[in-house]
Design a protein around this ligand. Structure first.
Ligand code: NOJ
Length: 720
């Protein structure tokens, strides 16, 4: 297809229709439905709809085939539609939420899961995925923590790039490749007070250092699309932030793909108080470089007048449409508008055994063991288990679970019954829905009785699926009072109790952590959560997940993250009671569980890290190595994540107390030891100095090779 000739032949109205995206209900019936945001009357004519360029929210191959065929009959230029969707952690086979995938520290399984999601999406007709979301997250209150891989820019950059490659394949030419859309540009995760859509305000230092790198990494990995965010950043809504999109993204970073707005965010600039009307929205956004507006129609309604008034140049429109047509061309849509869409393949691949197995493995790897005082693993010979709690008998797919259906997901009780067919597995679900503060006594009594009679208890607690995700921020991220009460009663009835947490964010467990001998989180684990839970509980697989977001002790510590600054009055130690230092008088400074933390059924001893040389010469291209020997000191095989951290002790801009710069997952048999060697070079010590240059400054550094961000002994290195 000669897209230049096509562009030339199109009317302005047809071009603007390419630049507009509506939900499938608009294309089907003209009426907008709430899908992932409130719908508004778009004021569209049949002609606008007939020429539409893309849609979001389709469900099945059958629907896509019908819609694409109907569209091609109506569209005067016969340009196929792009079908977009939020395939955040699986299409129909659901794997753990991204925060859980982050906890795997395993790029291979993240990649494999994205390939699986791409395949199920492609056969169901999706061509563009609104993922990865790489927003840096530091505030446990924000509901959308679940969509990110965590609080570290370096780590999120790696994971974001892996996800892009997983969805897009090498070149988008593969049958099951789909285009990725990185979001939400930019700094959406820094919403004040952790309340979704709230404003963000930050220094250049924090923005460049922490919030931007992961979007950049996705762009460098070849992502085809970027979505701007809802928030105002330093006073300018990102939907119309010309500097952000035109200067930084397109200019400095050289991004030449498609930029899309978030849902209705052009109009929302009016609520922000940035513009007066939708005509100004269209002007700001198009001049700012946004090609497609999602679920609004400002381009359609106002662009002609803006061009006539000389406020927008026609070339600007042509460039945007060309980018959209180029994406369609890359996806091969002109030759084959249905691409991989196939009712047969959809039935064959969605929820197939191979995908379920991968989802189960991912759920196993994502789980993080937080505490275990001799309760887990359960014996294979156990005769009876009481599974208790609001989430004992239901699938836990989590928010953004696309075409996933919790009825197709394995619950904890079903997983255990399948794993131990000869044991008696009782289920007391619904003793509290976790929403109310007072327990329902009858159910509580049943739970206590079940706990007394069983050899061990698994308490399934945490957050309902709708307590995290878009728009779902929480002010109190502890366990509900009723769940805490349940823990106390059940543990009193049977001390062999393990608490299985389902959560879409870090929970502030506080002193509740002392109320039961074992706790682990499975996040929102997806389709095979219950089978994975059974394997973990029985020790058929070991825990090897490690947190990528700090778990606070108390919500009042938010935002809390490991790579904080030292301050001028650091608290001398966790137990210190010294006054006039940076501290809380009623709560520790430290998180309950730090970044990088995770236990196993075995134990690991980390030796003293050894540096090959104590100095590194700036500009020489030299490298030093940091080696640490790790030994499995327990009785079963296990995997640990050896993490490399650095600290720049004195710099022209103060630097964080630790920064992650590398990691390696190693699996050791009982008694086995292995030396892990990290290469350290000047680049790893660099940061963005006041001049805007990324450079390393001479002086002293500390290096750690440790099992989390709060452990290990520093080794000194000097850059000379
Ligand atoms: C709003 C969300 O912020 C965004 O992440 C999502 O991709 C769009 N809606 C489309 O569903």
């Amino acid at each position: 297809m000669d897209i230049y000739a096509l562009l030339k032949s199109m009317t302005l109205e047809e071009k603007l229709a390419q630049m507009s995206q509506y939900g499938t209900s608009v294309l089907d019936s003209g009426a907008a439905d709430d899908v992932t945001g409130p719908a508004r009357d778009l004021g569209l004519t049949a002609e606008h709809i007939a020429a539409a360029g893309s849609t979001l929210g389709s469900g099945t191959a059958e629907q896509v085939i019908a819609m694409q065929k109907a569209h091609l009959e109506k569209d005067p230029n016969k340009i196929p539609l792009l079908f977009m969707r939020d395939v955040i952690h699986g299409y129909r086979t659901i794997y753990p939420i991204p925060l859980g995938m982050g906890a795997t520290w395993d790029e291979k399984i993240v990649y494999d899961c994205c390939r699986m999601a791409a395949k199920e999406s492609a056969v169901s007709g999706i061509t563009v995925n609104f993922s990865p979301m790489v927003d840096l997250v530091r505030d446990c209150r924000w509901g959308r923590n679940m969509e990110s891989t965590g609080e570290d820019a370096w780590y999120n950059s790696r994971m974001g790039a892996v996800m892009v490659k997983g969805y897009q394949g090498d070149d988008l030419k593969g049958k099951y490749d789909i285009a990725a859309c990185v979001k939400h540009f930019a700094a959406y995760g820094a919403a004040e007070s952790g309340r979704d859509y709230n404003t963000t305000d930050m220094s250049d230092y924090t923005f460049y250092e922490h919030y931007l790198p992961a979007y950049r990494a996705a762009v460098d990995a070849g992502v085809e699309m970027v979505m701007t965010s809802f928030n105002a950043l330093n006073g300018v809504p990102c939907a119309g932030n010309q500097w952000l999109v035109n200067d930084l993204l397109r200019g400095e970073w050289g991004f030449d793909g498609v930029v899309i707005s978030d849902w209705n965010s052009f109009y929302e600039m009016i609520n922000h108080g940035f513009i007066e009307n939708s005509k100004q929205a269209a002007e700001k956004a198009v001049n700012g470089g946004t090609d497609i507006e999602m679920m609004s129609s400002t381009y359609i309604h106002h662009m002609k007048a803006l061009i006539d008034e000389g406020k927008v140049r026609k070339e600007q429109i042509d460039r945007a449409v060309l980018r959209i047509l180029r994406l369609k061309e890359k996806l091969g849509l002109f030759e084959n508008p249905l691409r991989a869409t196939s009712v047969e393949e959809e039935a064959k691949y969605c929820l197939c055994e191979e995908h379920r197995t991968l989802a189960r493995r991912a759920a196993e790897q994502a789980a993080v063991l937080l505490k275990n005082e001799g309760v887990l693993p359960l014996s294979e010979n156990i005769k009876s288990i009481a599974v208790i709690g609001p989430f004992a008998a239901c699938g836990m797919n989590g928010w953004w679970s696309c075409q996933g259906d919790t009825k197709e997901s394995v619950s904890v009780v079903d997983g255990l019954r399948a794993a131990l067919p000869h044991a008696e597995i009782t289920c007391t679900a619904g003793c509290t829905d976790g929403l109310h503060d007072s327990s329902n006594d009858t159910m509580l009594e049943k739970a206590i009785a079940a706990a007394r009679e069983a050899e061990a208890v698994i308490l399934c607690l945490g957050e309902q699926e709708g307590w995290s995700g878009e728009g779902n921020s929480r002010a109190d991220v502890g366990l509900p009072a009723a769940q805490k009460e349940l823990i106390r009663h059940v543990v009193a009835a049977n001390p062999r109790t393990a608490v299985l947490l389902f959560n879409g964010r870090p929970l502030a467990l506080g002193d509740v952590i002392n109320d039961a001998p074992a706790f682990f989180t499975m996040w929102q684990p997806g389709t095979e959560g219950g089978s994975a839970a059974a394997n973990l509980l029985l020790g058929r697989v070991n825990f090897n997940g490690h947190l990528t977001m700090s778990f606070p002790y108390h919500v009042g510590q938010a935002p809390i993250y490991y790579n904080r600054m030292n301050t001028g009055r650091p608290k001398p130690g966790d137990d210190s009671t010294m006054g006039y230092v940076s501290r809380y008088v009623d709560c520790p400074n430290a998180p309950l569980f730090p970044f990088g933390y995770g236990l196993s059924y075995t134990t690991f001893a980390y030796g003293k890290p050894i540096l090959s040389a104590n100095t590194l010469k700036k500009g020489s291209g030299e490298q030093v190595t940091l080696s640490v020997t790790v030994k499995n000191t327990g009785y079963v095989a296990g995997t640990t994540v050896v993490q490399l951290y650095i600290r720049d002790l004195v710099a022209s801009l103060v630097r964080p107390v630790r920064e992650l710069r590398g990691y390696e997952r190693i699996t050791l048999a009982p008694g086995e030891e292995r030396t892990v060697t990290f290469t350290v070079e000047e680049d790893m010590l660099a940061f963005r100095t006041e001049s805007g240059k990324i450079e390393a400054e001479t002086g002293d550094f500390h290096l750690w090779a440790a099992s989390d961000a709060a452990s290990g002994e520093p080794v000194p290195l000097t850059l000379v």
